[in-house]
Design a protein around this ligand. Structure first.
Ligand code: GLU
Length: 328
């Protein structure tokens, strides 16, 4: 059976994106991530959906130019970069690749190895950031900002108020970092690592930026708009793998079942999805469900996955031939 939109002749990326936004728009349930005080101050009703193809096309609907902090989506990008900077064996010796089923901020490590379960939960992400802090020292944040910017195709900045807000109140992450230091998973200095982690989480992006970052990952590391080589090919494969299994907090299994694309969400309200070799997809809507995922973001992804047959195991998924359909 073909998916809804493929049965009709009126098939454009713009129309599919606009429809996903319209269908998800009405759900105003969920709450802002108030545990970082500054995040409780963002306008709650912004909603944007953007899709960027590896061919350089971008379709956007709604508030796709509203800046928001990248938060945990940075974990996927930092992981991709760390795999290249310090090498896959070193990263794997510090952080596993096993879904934990626990909340993003759980204080739990793999009992067999004493390592964090995976790089998409805070414990694993702080460990990965520690590897970058250790390897790059004082240059680490500029390096991350430069690489994130190259992936987005424009210079990004960071939100100093959100950074300060989290640095002042992030006691749970401080606790996690000290335990990681104690267990041996975190090699670098605790304070330097947390400072870098809070800064990387405070990098500002729009949904359009995130879609382009996704297209860079989909394009095996090369920004389709600028041609810049941003991520290493092997690192992209590893990163998409952990995004697929661990990227949506303790909703990752449901997401894989339902939407079926590698994705990462952040408590700032963004979700980044990647359709390998085809598309970067991004949504922004800051009201979150109890697991920390954007309510309308999930709904919009479900619509897009259904309309475009994006699920990796969808029998109507036509692989890269899908791109030809957009141009027709
Ligand atoms: N900076 C946030 C934290 O560590 C990121 C969490 C998230 O987006 O899941 O608590």
């Amino acid at each position: 059976m073909l998916s809804r939109e493929k049965e009709t002749a009126a098939y454009s990326l713009e129309s599919v994106v606009a429809r996903a936004l319209t269908r998800a728009q009405g759900d105003l349930s969920g709450e802002l991530a108030a545990y970082i005080p500054e995040l409780a101050r963002v306008p709650p009703d912004a909603f944007g959906v953007a899709v960027a193809s590896v061919g350089g096309d971008v379709a956007a609907a709604g508030d796709t130019e509203v800046p928001f902090t990248i938060q945990s989506i940075s974990k996927a990008l930092a992981y991709c970069l760390a795999l290249d900077v310090v090498g896959t064996p070193t990263v794997l010796s510090h952080v596993g690749v096993e879904p934990s089923g626990d909340a993003f901020n759980a204080i739990v490590f793999d009992p067999g190895t004493n390592r964090p379960f995976n790089p998409m939960v805070n414990a694993g992400a702080i460990t990965v950031t520690g590897l970058l802090a250790g390897a790059l020292g004082a240059e680490a944040f500029d390096f991350l900002l430069d690489r994130f910017s190259a992936a987005a195709g424009r210079p990004l900045s960071f939100d100093a108020d959100v950074y300060r807000s989290e640095a002042e109140t992030g006691h749970r992450n401080r606790g996690i970092a000290h335990l990681l230091k104690c267990s041996g998973a975190l090699a670098a200095d605790v304070d330097a690592t947390l400072d870098l982690y809070f800064r990387q989480c405070s990098i500002l992006v729009t949904a359009s930026d995130l879609a382009r970052i996704g297209a860079t990952l989909a394009n095996i590391g090369e920004n389709p708009g600028t041609g810049a080589a941003v991520f290493a090919v092997e690192a992209v494969r590893h990163t998409l793998s952990v995004m697929f299994t661990c990227g949506m907090y303790n909703f990752a299994g449901n997401w894989a079942f339902d939407v079926g694309v590698p994705a990462k969400s952040g408590v700032g309200g963004g979700i980044l999805g990647v359709v390998n070799r085809q598309l970067g997809i991004a949504t922004y809507s800051p009201r979150l469900d109890a697991k920390g995922n954007s309510v309308r973001g999930i709904a919009a992804f479900q619509e897009l996955a259904e309309d475009l047959g994006l699920h990796v195991f969808d029998p109507t998924n036509r692989g890269s031939a899908l791109l030809g359909a957009f141009k027709g």
